[in-house]
Design a protein around this ligand. Structure first.
Ligand code: MG
Ligand code: MG
Length: 248
């Protein structure tokens, strides 16, 4: 069942979303060669707690950290660690915050110093695929119109769309119905309705779309070792244009 949100609830979700966006701004300022992903995790956790928000991921199904930090061939659910970022890396940072009982969820992929053209293209096209998708985040469309637009754009850029992980509804819980795949035929799934709130989150690979999970039972990597990027916002469906909630 898809839980529709009232205007009042969406206003609270914007507060949670803003804290996620501010966390991303902090991360962006700190990303440079030599920084460890654990430092980024600490930074975000301290910031969220200072604002009376809860880092949603910490303890979620046993996930041990406040952020997911996925470097290069890591797709999602990377563990923050003592690993130092180095020039030429890309790092996807996924952040969730719960504030006044509602969740905001957003991921971005950052460049570390000078990055090669393949990775730059991947990161930019992944971001753009999100914006291609949300052109269809309106009540005149069905859910899979978003999915189809993301896939069409990503593949037109010579990239592939991860199949095993998808976006989702968001509300009081981080993962609500419906699932929001980043691939598929258009015109399927529920018609979009005012009050739906969706985490739309293309996970795009430079090589093949196949992924596997590491021995920590969390971290997802590409099977071919090629890089992967992630771009996510929490988006409210309105009676007009979609509203991004995870922005400052
Ligand atoms: Mg996320
Ligand atoms: Mg999500």
């Amino acid at each position: 069942m898809i839980i529709l949100k009232t205007r009042r609830e969406i206003e609270i979700m914007k507060k949670a979303g803003r804290l996620v966006a501010e966390s991303h701004e902090l991360v962006r300022k700190h990303i440079k060669p030599g920084v460890t992903t654990k430092e980024l995790d600490r930074l975000v956790e301290d910031f969220l707690r200072s604002r009376n928000a809860i880092p949603t991921f910490k303890g979620y199904n046993g996930f041990p950290f406040a952020i997911c930090a996925s470097v290069n061939d890591e797709v999602v659910h990377g563990f923050p660690s003592e690993r130092e970022l180095k020039e030429g890396d890309i790092i996807s940072v996924d952040i969730g915050a719960t504030f006044e009982g509602y969740v905001g969820d957003s991921a971005k992929t950052y460049l570390v110093g000078e990055v090669d053209e393949e990775k730059k293209h991947l990161v930019e096209a992944t971001r753009q695929s999100f914006y291609e998708g949300i052109k269809f985040a309106k009540t005149t469309y069905r859910l899979s119109d978003i999915s189809h637009a993301i896939q069409t754009y990503a593949e037109s850029q010579g990239l592939s769309v991860v199949r095993d992980y998808v976006g989702h509804g968001v509300g009081k819980k981080m993962h609500e119905s419906p699932q929001v795949p980043n691939f598929g035929k258009p015109g399927k799934g529920p018609r979009l309705q005012e009050g739906m709130v969706l985490a739309i989150e293309p996970m795009i690979n430079a090589g093949v779309y196949n992924v596997r999970v590491l021995e920590n039972n969390w971290t997802v990597v590409t099977v071919d070792g090629k890089p992967s990027a992630h771009y996510e916002h929490t988006v409210a469906i309105t009676d007009g244009e979609p509203e991004l909630l995870t922005v400052v």
